[in-house]
Design a protein around this ligand. Structure first.
Ligand SMILES: [Zn+2]
Length: 86
């Protein structure tokens, strides 16, 4: 077995969801935005201590290939660009 005790595993935010088609659990990586990008694109100031995480508009089950529009309980729908930002 290879020893990776001196290597750091970098963790990333992700969303967990269950497929209605096959019932299996999936994970999809969250989309992280830089503070400067948000302030430039949306012409607003954001608190630099907060997390700027989006979810993908569409998810695909890695087990059966079923594709779904996604939603997250903090948001009540997708915006025009499908980013979940309002
Ligand atoms: Zn599935």
């Amino acid at each position: 077995m290879t020893d990776y005790s001196d290597v750091i595993a970098r963790l990333h935010h992700a969303f967990r969801w269950d497929c209605d088609g096959c019932g299996r659990e999936n994970f999809v990586r969250a989309i992280s935005l830089e503070q400067e990008y948000i302030e430039g694109k949306f012409k607003t100031e954001v608190d630099d201590d907060s997390q700027h995480i989006l979810y993908p508009a569409i998810v695909v089950c890695e087990h059966c290939g079923a594709q779904y529009l996604s939603s997250f309980n903090e948001f009540d729908g997708l915006d025009e660009e499908g980013t979940g930002l309002d």
